[in-house]
Design a protein around this ligand. Structure first.
Ligand SMILES: [Zn+2]
Length: 149
């Protein structure tokens, strides 16, 4: 299993857990020592339904990259991003569904980012959600501004 951080092919399994439909493995990279999570589906892979209706397998790395980009130069620890992806991934697989709309994932991430960093939250909302729900974003901005007063 390739390390999502440095690309190293060797990783060590530090924890294995069955979560009903999938097997969750916590792995540690043998090179950079960072930890990441993999899921092995007992049935078929979880499919993400995109806005245009196309389906693609859930890609943890892609989600991680998306959040990383939204984080930009904000002082967010890689461990925090990793933790968010872990939680979202776990939540996703716990739904026990074969297909999940990309919007649902976006909302899960936003919920986590809200407590982490306001700017990252807004960036992610604009990019990932493609400002699909402008009203919700506006409400969120107002809520944030209110909090800074
Ligand atoms: Zn590594």
């Amino acid at each position: 299993m390739q390390c999502p951080y440095c690309g190293q092919a060797d990783s060590r399994v530090v924890d294995t857990r069955s979560t009903g439909e999938s097997i969750r493995r916590r792995r540690e990279c043998q090179k950079c020592r960072k930890r990441f999570t993999t899921y092995e589906q007992i049935s078929e892979a979880l499919l993400i339904v995109k806005r245009d209706g196309r389906r693609e397998p859930f890609d943890r790395h892609k989600l991680l990259q998306g959040i990383r980009i939204a984080c930009g130069k904000r002082p967010i620890a890689m461990a925090d991003i990793d933790r968010i992806v872990d939680q979202v991934e776990e939540h996703l697989f716990s739904l026990g569904k074969a297909e999940v709309p990309s919007k649902v994932i976006g909302e899960m991430v936003l919920e986590k980012l809200r407590g982490l960093d306001a700017l990252v939250y807004i960036r992610f909302a604009m990019v990932y959600m493609a400002m699909e729900d402008v009203k919700a974003l506006q409400q969120e901005l107002e809520r944030l501004i209110e909090g800074y007063r």
